[in-house]
Structure formats: C-alpha cells, structure tokens
Design a protein around this ligand. Structure first.
Ligand code: MTE
Ligand code: MO
Length: 419
C-alpha cells in the first residue's frame, strides 16, 4: 500500500467532513414525490409538446425548483434562468438523470465500499475514508452533459427524454485520479477496458442484462483527467447526483459518469450490457451524424463531446435599445478538447466577430465570453453564437441527426427587437 501514508491536500478537509458526516438519509416516499402535489406552475420548453410542470423546491431531496421531465426514475431539468446567473451550477439545481427506478434513497457511509478488481495483480477495496485519505486529491472543472441534452430540438424528432438545453452542468469536482487506483491494483498486461458498476445492482432484482453499468477503454480510464469524485462544487455530492462517489470523465458524455460507484473491474471486454449496446451508441461518422433512415452504418459507443456555446445576457423576445452600446454575454465549452474561440453573428452567419473569453478553468470546464455590441437600426435582430475547440470542431448551423438524438450542438440564437 504505497499510498498508505499519503495525505491529500486542499479539498480533502471538506471531503472528509462530507464523507464522514453521516448517512444521507432520505425517505423514499418524499424522494419520489409520492403523495405530494405538483406545482400549479408549468414551463414551456421552446419546442412542440414542450410544456412541463415545475417541481417545487424540496420535492426531490437536495433539489430546488426543477423542470419535471419524469418522476420515477427521476429526470429533472435545470431551468434556463440558472445558467443566466451561474457559471458553476449550484448543487441544488444541477439536472438529474436516472435510468432504473429503484436506487437507494439512503446510503450508509460506514458500510460503503469501493472495490477494484478484475485483471489486476492486487484486487483491493476501500472505505470512503480510505479513498479520501490514501490517494491524492485532485480538483478539476468539468461539464457534465447528458448525451441527449437538447434532444427536444432534434429534427426529425426521436424518442427519449425531450430535454431542452438544461441537461448539462459545469461543476468543480474533487476526487482521486482513477489511474492512481488502477496503478495501485496493478493492471495486468493485455487488459483493454474498465467496467464500472454501481449500487443499483445491490438493491434490486434487476436482470443482469438491464443493469446500468458502463465500460471505458483502458486509455480513457487511465487519462489523468478521469476521477472518482467525492465532492461537487466543494460540497458532498447531492444524493441524486451520485452520493457518495461517482466517476467523472471530463470531455466525455455523462452516460459514463457512473453514480454511486461501487466496483471498478479491469477487463478485456468492451461490455455487452444494454446500456453500452444498443443504448448510447452513435454512427461511426463525423459528429455521430447520419441521414434519417440510412442503414448499414457501424455503430460505436458514444464518447467525446462537441463544442457548444450559449447567450445568457438576452433571451428571445427581449427588446434592446437601437444605437446604444451594450455587452453580450454567455458561456461556452470545448467538449472533448479545450475551447478555442467563441464568435457572434448579427447577420444570420454572414460575418462573425470573436468574443473575449473569461477565466480559463481548464480544458473541460465552462468559460464565460463577452462581446461589445451596438444594435443598428430598429427592427428584429437575430444573434447567433458559435464555439470551436482545439481539435478543430466547430458548431454547425444545423445539428447532426442520429436515432438516439445524441450530441445536439447546433449554433444557438436569440431573437430580439431593437427599438
Ligand atoms: N448509477 C447510475 N449512474 C448514472 C446513471 C444511472 O442511471 N445510474 N445515468 C448516467 C447518465 S446517462 C447521465 S446523463 C448522468 C447524469 O448525471 P446527473 O444525474 O448527475 O445529472 O449519470 C450517469 N450515471
Ligand atoms: Mo444521459
């Protein structure tokens, strides 16, 4: 146990307090909203059949007001207003996505174990306290984005959660490097993949083929950015976002970010479970894009994200004074590689102006942008925003299409009126 005495720095005091602070106990009935009236309030997501109820603060444990996509298993969307106010999304308003209806509504942190096994020389297991104390703590900003974020905008529409843009959040993650855990176990030569299991399998008679487990290529698991995280925005993880520990795979879609992680198994197998294949696969084409109805394409597991950018200082329908200087603002991220540039067009994409970028939180986090803008003559103005990343990906005018409705990243716009 080479790391036995090593104490991690900075975030760990918080981590220990959070992890040792006791069980996150929640009544099952309260959690699932049974017997609680929904709010009288609705919100209209900007697509056909986009009307959704708003879940009031407290309907779900640890969560404020959220757009209610589904009660069980919970699908909760972050209201757009939240992104207008925060670059790091507060823990009580980060979106929530579970696949399997029965997952624990309380966690006994004393009994919780993380096992590392499979094709390794020294399988081992850790209590949460050991995980925090024995391995160095790392902090990184990263976007958690559902593969199906913005699915409601995909044309032609496809089945699945009809999210608006609220199935993403930028957060500061604290945890240990997965590769430190793997190195400690000693990965055997010939291993190619790492499988991640979670607590759901322990509590429910789920048929094995339906278990939610995910598999990463060994190289991605060993990337220095991949973490087993125990804090989000310097607090313990909200129960619904994976308390007490989850996988964080910066730059890759959140389907790999296994919550309530219990077991890490090194293997020679890419994984056959439903949630690896056929679910969460994309055509092996640029941007995972194909024509509706096209056949014969090779399907591969979804992987790195594409760049996206948003305007937050204005929303469609607002009026702005003509001829008066103002500053446009928003946020952007690069996806699988660092954000390179953000540009704005006020003439339907004929010309673009580069925006200034705010603080760089690292390749995988969100970044603010701003650009001075003076509307010309009175009348309608469409403002578009477009991001590009270090790998050369640029947001397209029209989103790609695939049957899963994944990877939507078209150029966003707001329609305002200069008066
Ligand atoms: N244990 C577990 N982990 C999971 C899932 C799940 O259903 N169970 N869903 C995955 C998917 S598809 C997404 S989009 C993210 C959502 O993370 P969040 O709930 O923190 O937003 O969790 C991932 N990790
Ligand atoms: Mo997802």
């Amino acid at each position: 146990m080479g790391n036995m005495d090593r104490r991690a720095g900075g975030g760990v005091a918080l981590g220990r307090r959070a992890v040792l602070g006791g069980a996150a106990a929640v009544g099952a009935a309260g959690m699932l909203g049974a017997g609680r009236a929904l709010a009288a309030q609705d919100v209209q997501l900007p697509f056909a059949n986009g009307m959704r109820p708003v879940a009031p603060a407290g309907m779900f444990p640890g969560k404020g007001e959220m757009i209610l996509q589904r009660v069980r298993a919970p699908l909760l969307e972050t209201p757009w207003e939240v992104y207008r106010k925060h670059l790091f999304i507060p823990n009580d308003q980060t979106y929530v996505r579970w696949h399997i209806p029965d997952f624990p509504t309380s966690i006994d942190v004393k009994k919780y174990r993380l096992r590392i096994n499979g094709d390794v020389a020294h399988p081992f297991e850790l209590t949460l306290d050991e995980l925090v104390k024995r391995f160095p703590a790392v902090q990184t900003a990263a976007i958690n984005q559902c593969s199906g974020n913005s699915r409601g905008f995909i044309d032609p529409r496809v089945p699945g959660a009809q999210w608006g843009n609220g199935a993403m959040y930028n957060a500061l993650w604290t945890g240990v490097r997965l590769r430190d855990l793997l190195a400690h176990a000693g990965v055997k030569p010939g291993a190619t993949h790492v499988a991640f299991h979670n607590i759901e399998q322990l509590i429910d008679p789920i048929p094995p083929h339906a278990l939610f487990y995910k598999v990463l290529p060994l190289a991605r698991a060993n990337d220095e950015s991949t973490l087993v995280a125990y804090e989000m925005n310097r607090s313990e993880l909200p129960l619904l976002n994976g308390f007490p520990i989850r996988l964080v795979v910066p730059g890759w879609y959140a389907t790999y970010w296994v919550k309530m992680l219990t077991e890490i198994t090194v293997t020679t197998h890419p994984g056959t479970g439903f949630w690896m294949n056929p679910a969460y696969t994309i055509p092996d084409t640029p941007n995972g894009s194909m024509k509706p109805g096209e056949t014969g394409l090779k399907m591969v597991p979804i992987n790195a994200m594409d760049p996206r950018s948003f305007i937050t200082s204005l929303v469609s329908g607002e009026t702005i004074p003509a001829h008066k200087p103002s500053v446009l603002r928003g946020f952007a991220f690069g996806g699988g590689s660092a954000l390179k540039s953000v540009a704005v067009s006020a003439d339907n994409g004929a010309s673009w102006k580069d925006a200034a970028l705010g603080k760089d939180w690292g390749a995988y986090g969100s970044r603010e942008w701003h650009l001075p803008f003076t509307p010309g003559k009175p009348g309608p103005v469409r403002l578009m925003v477009r991001a590009s990343n270090a790998a050369g990906a640029v947001q397209p005018m029209v989103a790609g299409w695939n049957p899963g409705g994944f990877m939507y990243n078209a150029i966003e716009h707001v329609d305002v009126q200069a008066v």
